[in-house]
Design a binder for this molecule. Structure first.
Ligand code: AHG
Ligand code: MN
Ligand code: MN
Length: 277
């Protein structure tokens, strides 16, 4: 596991450098979800693939930017599913973006997650590493990630971050979101789940949601490399998750590598509110 953490640190440094000066244009291709790919999406994917391929412990990698899983080492024990650049459409407006990694042992099942990591490329470069606890690291002048603190969610927060086309929301989602605002919650939503979930986590709690909508009945966010790694982190930080109905996003069965789900992450109080109205 230590070699995987070291590799993700190296990757985060490289991607943060590419983001500073790289070409902001589109590539002539689209990914499995149908998103038009940016040159930065592809470059970030290549940086990650090349570094992870060096690790004998890795059996296969699954990327948002690749149609199918890629076998790496027959003798490896981990599958890494990753979003190379989350929020990439916001690089042109200079918002914080990130990379997300889920480490699965043996096979690609939610309950086989043994670690999850994400990096944030903002004014500072940060890395959150979660195996048993959730640890925040920040890059220093010498290009070293220094441990800052353990992260824990409060029982209840103040932030309400919700995505999806509002005219396509269900009446129940609309009512739940309104009731939180009526109780004094504040809207914080950038459109990069890494940054939005990082804010909720660092500010102690609240709710991040990306619901089912009429135009995206299964939501937008992808299970293997976006939703489950963050579900793992939020639950280890003392929070809770749901798809709106189930007791945990970690109960989801992965049937396709690019499948999506409605998702809610937050402190226990807000997730209870989502489930029980
Ligand atoms: P990606 O850049 O990897 O395609 O992910 C974008 C995702 C996620 O980061 C964010 O929460 C969501 O798309 C935003 O979608 P909306 O613009 O529909 O809110
Ligand atoms: Mn993403
Ligand atoms: Mn992405």
């Amino acid at each position: 596991m230590q070699e995987i953490i070291k590799a993700v640190q190296d990757i985060a440094i490289k991607i943060s450098e590419v983001l500073k000066y790289g070409d902001l244009g589109y590539a002539a291709s689209s990914n499995a979800t149908g998103d038009t790919q940016l040159k930065l999406d592809i470059l970030s994917d290549e940086i990650i693939e090349n570094r992870l391929k060096e690790l004998s412990s890795i059996k296969a990698i699954i990327s948002e930017e690749k149609d199918a899983p890629l076998s790496v080492n027959d003798g490896g024990e981990y599958i890494i599913a990753y979003d190379p650049l989350d929020g990439s459409s916001l690089v042109d407006v200079n918002f914080a973006v990130g990379s997300i990694f889920g480490v699965y042992k043996g096979s690609l099942e939610a309950r086989n997650l043994v670690a999850a990591l994400y990096s944030v490329y903002g004014p500072r470069v940060e890395l959150v590493v979660c195996d048993d606890s959730v640890k925040l690291f920040r890059l220093n002048r010498d290009n070293e990630f220094k441990f800052i603190k353990n992260l824990e969610l409060n029982q209840k927060g103040k932030i309400n971050a919700t995505g999806g086309t509002q005219k396509g929301w269900s009446d129940s989602h609309r009512a739940m979101i309104k009731s939180l605002f009526d109780d004094g919650y504040r809207l914080r939503y950038s459109g990069a789940m890494v940054s939005d979930l990082h804010q909720v986590l660092l500010k102690g709690g609240g709710l991040f949601s990306y619901p089912a909508t009429t135009d995206a009945p299964n939501g937008k966010l992808r299970v293997a490399f976006e939703v489950l790694p963050f579900a793992y982190i939020y639950e280890k930080a003392g929070g809770a998750t749901t798809n709106g109905v189930n007791d945990s996003l970690l109960d989801i069965k992965i049937e396709q590598t690019h499948q999506t789900t409605p998702c809610y992450f937050g402190s226990k109080f807000e997730i209870d509110r989502v489930k029980n109205g």
